[in-house]
Write a protein that binds this ligand. Sequence first.
Ligand code: HEC
Ligand code: HEC
Length: 224
Amino acid sequence: MPTGAHWRIMRTLIHSGLLLLIGLCVAPATRAAGDVEKGKVLYNICTACHGPNAEGNPALNAPANAGQDPWYLTRQLKNFRVGIRGAHPDDTFGAQMRPMAMMLANEQDIADVVAYLTSMTMPEPPQTVEGDVEAGKKAYATCIPCHGEFGEGAQALDAPRLSNQHDWYLVRQLENFKAGVRGTHQNDIYGAQMRIMAQMLQTDEQVRAVAAYIATIDYRPGGE
Ligand code: HEC
Ligand code: HEC
């Protein structure tokens, strides 16, 4: 049996442990929420490349961001800022995006611009990549566990939505992952997971085929 003093100390320790646990659980929920109106103002610097409706612009190599998963957008903006993405010497387009992400001063700015992007309607980019859609459909079976049958993505698996994204951008990212231009930074936990998957697409033809197939999928919300 602990003596009175021991018991008090133990009780204090248990309480502080519990408080710490509660704090850890509550922390993500209490993280500053994004302000759509402030995000709209911040988005002015993004319009030039990503377009007024965040629909993306092939001429400027900029993907669509409207309606993309907020947790994924947040991760990418942070990755660009710290150089987990966009700092590889061969990452020509990532290098264009990095200084833009650095213009967002802090986490609140990121949360605000993400809130605005999330509030926008998902675009429906035209199909541009020529590839064997049937072969792509077969290859896409490997992607379903993480990205979902309709390319809707799954937060639980850290995998973003792919449907309603520009097909040429999907091709470039798959090539970047394969070549190690993306997903090789030592702190790129999620990119590293995707790099392994991209390496399963052995030829350029297979990469084009899977992107061409994804471009035909009609987005549907996932089961989450
Ligand atoms: C100078 C043109 C330019 C501007 C301005 C710009 N971007 Fe980008 N952005 C790009 C390019 C190019 C890419 C594609 C990088 C790649 O291919 O890896 C990109 C990629 C992204 C991605 C990654 C999307 C994904 O699916 O992984 C996000 C998120 C993003 N931009 C958000 C923003 C935001 C928010 C702003 C404004 C603060 C902004 N961008 C301003 C050019 C730009
Ligand atoms: C084990 C889970 C997993 C599988 C299977 C998987 N992916 Fe991914 N994928 C991810 C994760 C995680 C990311 C996010 C990487 C990051 O945050 O940078 C991702 C990112 C991507 C991106 C980048 C999207 C963007 O907006 O920049 C593309 C494109 C992609 N995956 C295509 C595919 C294709 C095609 C397949 C099947 C051949 C596939 N993935 C299979 C987990 C997976």
